[in-house]
Ligand binder design. Sequence first.
Ligand code: AMP
Length: 184
Amino acid sequence: MDDVPMGSVIVLLGPPGSGKGTQAERLGGEAFSSGALLREAIADGTELGRRASEYMQRGELVPDEVVVGLIRDALGKMGDRGVVLDGFPRNVAQAEALEDVLAEQGRGLGAAVLIDIPDDEVVDRISRRGRDDDDPSTVRNRLRVYHRETEPLIDFYEDRGALRRVDGTGTPDDVAERVRASVA
Ligand code: AMP
């Protein structure tokens, strides 16, 4: 059963390796991962993919207009099912753009769930994952970018009364249970 109400959107926040992708799948609804869409564009050899790849290799954020365009299109095609966003928004400008897109499409933000894990566990988990942008220097940069660009979203969503904090340590099942309880 889906834990995401119809028409509503849940944002998953958390550092790289915190398990956002896994938890997005577990929640049900339509999971949308900006990173996965960008990796698809790279694999397809599209112009957008070529543009995104240099940023991703460095662990930097891809320019806002590229990802905001992707999410607007993806949400536009998604019908009434609840949506879980994994990896978007990544900074305040994207979060503001998301509010506009949701208003345009008549959707509401259900909650922003922060999956909290310590930095040393991030490095540990990612070193076992083996993706292209998972080498140690890129991971360190992605963590820096997370703290600088993405962490301000914690206050952003707290101010809107939408933030739910969840302990991201333990097994995927443990975390799924906490995430589910936080949005119920
Ligand atoms: P992820 O799969 O979410 O870990 O994302 C992998 C990489 O894709 C990130 O390090 C960024 O380079 C890029 N990326 C994914 N989502 C976004 C986003 N919302 N804004 C900018 N860049 C993104």
